[in-house]
Design a protein around this ligand. Sequence first.
Ligand code: ARG
Length: 468
Amino acid sequence: MTLWSGRFDTAPDPAAFDFGVSFGFDRALFEDDVAGSLAWADALGAAGVLSESDTRAIIDGLRAILEEGRRDPAYLAGPDEDVHSFVERKLVERIGDAGRRLHTGRSRNEQVSLDLRLYLRRRIPALQAALASLVAACADQAERAGSALMPSYTHLRRAQPVLVAHYFLGHAAALRRDHGRLGAAAEEADALTLGSGAVAGTSYPIDTDRLARALGFSRLVRNSLDASSDRDFVASFLYAAAVAMVHLSRLAEDLIIFTGEEHGFFNLADASATGSSMMPQKKNPDPLELVRGKAGRAIGRLTGWLVTMKGLPSGYNKDLQEDKEAVFDAEATLLASLGATRAVVARLSLDAGRTERAASGLLLATDVADYLVARGMPFRRAHEVVGAMVRRLLAEGRDFSQLTREEWREASEMFGADAPRAATALASVQARRTPQSTNPEAVRVALEECRAWVGTVLHSENSFPYPT
Ligand code: ARG
């Protein structure tokens, strides 16, 4: 028995009906569905559409259903088409005819959109908390690294020395934007759809402002037709999840490279690695590779959803049902990837000897050029002078630290006795001046600010005012 069987004179063909059944996955919306129905029953009662006793019976029935579903996950089962049909069936079984009045003036089209909005607002804070705890792990690594130096790269070629702490805070900065993007997706979902009816609005005198407040929404959707057609808030969530996965993937890629034999900058803890079934010496960064791999999946969820939406005519279309598996999968993928990445980052140990050796040598060329610029040489000219020095040093297999006083002079009259001191990795980072730079004092301030941010978001992270 479906919610719509009255209009039909034959039972549905299982091959067609089963294809559309969504209860297998939309049961994840159970709590949200019941919360929405509780508020809807209350609104119908307040509007005088339901009698006081029916309203009471429905509310008590829904509360009991919610409790039972929370207590026993196996309760969420049956031949129902979707979670909405399930809740209504359970309600009618419990309270009889009054239960048949709950759906007055309401459509599943607005209901499913409401449920998903409630769901996202309820679940996004957990993703944000997991992001914040990865940011905290990056901050811990930054703190532990102290004044250790490493090379930074452009084109994956050594570029300029940076503090290891600066490197970790770089990833933290990106992850903090992901936190913000998830927050923006939750805000976009913050609009009440009830009152939209199937597509044209409802004909009962529902106080939608009161209903919005009861469900913790700060506003109403603007247009009922748009509300039944539109799921771009889902795309925004999938986008936020996909970008976060892209960031995790890039962090994973860095760590795969940096923990490998060729770099050896960090040691991957045994607990974060896996072995080979054949090669006894192997210690593989499987968790990091999986995170990198799963980024493709999260991007696929976003792309797939955009493609699903692009050809839909105005109004509700069943294609929209495809949104839920995309959301649940992207959410689970991101949450699991955040947990795995945090675990790996937390257990990394730095080999400062190796990073510092890699941060010395010819990557100080820009600093040597800056030395000349500070003494009046135009930068373009200094670039040429130092370029010639680099060419020679490369040919001889040496670096700036091995140049004699005469050789400095030969390269340019402007090099004084202090030139070799300017050509060290430490002098290089100390020479940086801007707040976003790797200057040790700037990095100290940045680390403190990052810690303060983690403190604020982890403590303010909270569920929105959710009914029940
Ligand atoms: N399971 C459906 C969905 O996710 C619920 C809405 C069904 N509405 C309808 N008119 N068939 O979109």
